[in-house]
Design a protein around this ligand. Structure first.
Ligand code: NAD
Length: 351
């Protein structure tokens, strides 16, 4: 049977790379992108596939159960890859309920829509939930997160993602739904909204604006190039074992301050500035409330069982990322000015 895959959050950072990969590599599949187009959703990310025969877009909010039923029926959805979420920790600190509404309530709505649409044949359809390593909490200087590590979310964002992961597994246990979950470390690369560390720094360095660094910048994150995450999602979707969890990571830990310094150094070179110019923009600011110290993923299960590993070294991935932002000034200007939200109205001639 040919697949009709509902990918939620496809206009966001990771989602747009997943959509591009699936639309291009699987012309026999129908790919339906469901996205509410919040501030983080940008259809300009999908220009390369918007005219493809096997691609369609549905503007909908996963909080709206009826809209989901209509989309499942209209496209005869056979599988789901669920990425739609509120994703920024800082925003979750100022508005936790928004995260409960989309990440928890929205995920349960989507599970219900899938359960209803696939009634009687739940074992023939896959609900793939894309999650984060932040559900495991914060590490000290040693150790790694394994798939068996107990959940210990520390921010409203990670608590909401943890709750959604629990619901997905509960639907597998209770209703025998075929599910798979992956928990990935920090992504970087083209098309990321410039509120997150790497694109924010690139944009500010370009414009000679201050580079705010939380606390002393000692927090450690594992970084993965976004297209490597999209490849991992492809592999987990096709080869992952039902009911399993796969940790995805870059084997690539960095202190925030070291990443900021690396960006300064590389951008001074690329922009022809005197060495040391951009580092002067670094400004230490009051630490984020409850800032997790370290995340580190052990991604050996997906490596051993499914044969996935990162394809890019960080140095290479960072160069590609900086070059992309420098070459796509219009994208960055539209995102920072909010003009990208007009693109949808123009494209679909509606609000
Ligand atoms: N960015 C990372 O480093 C990272 C790492 C691991 C896991 N994840 C997870 O991957 C997924 C995608 O992350 P991202 O960084 O691409 O996020 P993003 O914020 O860039 O994109 C989220 C997308 O979801 C859409 N969306 C938000 N609320 C919605 C709603 N109620 N209904 C429908 N669509 C809605 C937005 O419009 C946007 O297009 C999330 O589930 C996130 O938790 C992200």
């Amino acid at each position: 049977m040919s697949k009709s895959i509902l990918i939620t959050g496809g206009a966001g950072f990771i989602g747009c790379h997943v959509i591009q990969l699936f639309v291009t590599n699987y012309p026999e599949y129908k790919i339906v992108n469901l996205d509410a187009l919040t501030y983080a959703g940008n259809l300009e990310n999908l220009k390369s596939v918007e005219g493809a025969q096997n691609y369609s877009f549905e503007k909908a909010d996963i909080q709206e159960a009826e809209a989901l039923d209509v989309i499942f029926a209209k496209h005869q959805i056979t599988d789901v890859i669920h990425l739609a979420a509120e994703s920024h920790v800082d925003r979750s600190i100022s508005d936790p309920l928004a995260f409960v509404k989309t990440n928890v309530f929205g995920t349960v709505n989507l599970l219900n829509a899938a359960k209803k649409a696939w009634a009687g044949e739940l074992d023939q359809h896959l609900f793939y939930h894309v999650s984060t390593d932040e559900v495991y909490g914060s590490l000290h200087d040693g150790g790694f997160f394994l798939e068996t590590t107990a959940y210990d979310p520390q921010s409203p964002y990670s608590a909401s993602k943890a709750a959604s992961d629990h619901f997905v597994r509960a639907y597998a246990n209770t209703y025998k739904m075929k599910i798979v979950v992956s928990n990935c470390s920090n992504n970087y690369g083209p098309n990321q909204f410039p509120e997150k560390l790497i694109p924010l720094c690139i944009n500010n360095i370009k414009n000679m604006k201050q580079l705010p660094v939380y606390g002393k910048g000692e927090n450690v994150r594992d970084w993965l190039f976004v297209k490597d995450h999209a490849r991992a999602i492809d592999i987990v979707f096709h080869k992952g074992k039902a009911g399993e969890t796969y940790n995805i990571g870059g084997f690539n830990e960095w202190k925030n301050i070291d990443i900021v310094r690396l960006l300064c150094q590389k951008m001074d070179e690329k922009l022809g500035r005197e060495a040391g110019t951009s580092e002067k923009l670094i400004t230490f600011v009051q630490d984020r409330a409850g800032h997790d110290h370290r995340y580190a993923i052990d991604a050996s299960k997906i490596q051993k069982e499914l044969g996935w590993e990162p394809s890019l070294q960080f140095d290479e991935g960072i160069d590609i990322t900086i070059d992309w932002y420098l070459a796509n000034e219009e994208w960055l200007d539209h995102v920072t000015s909010g003009a990208y939200q007009e693109y949808y109205k123009e494209l679909y001639r509606t609000d």
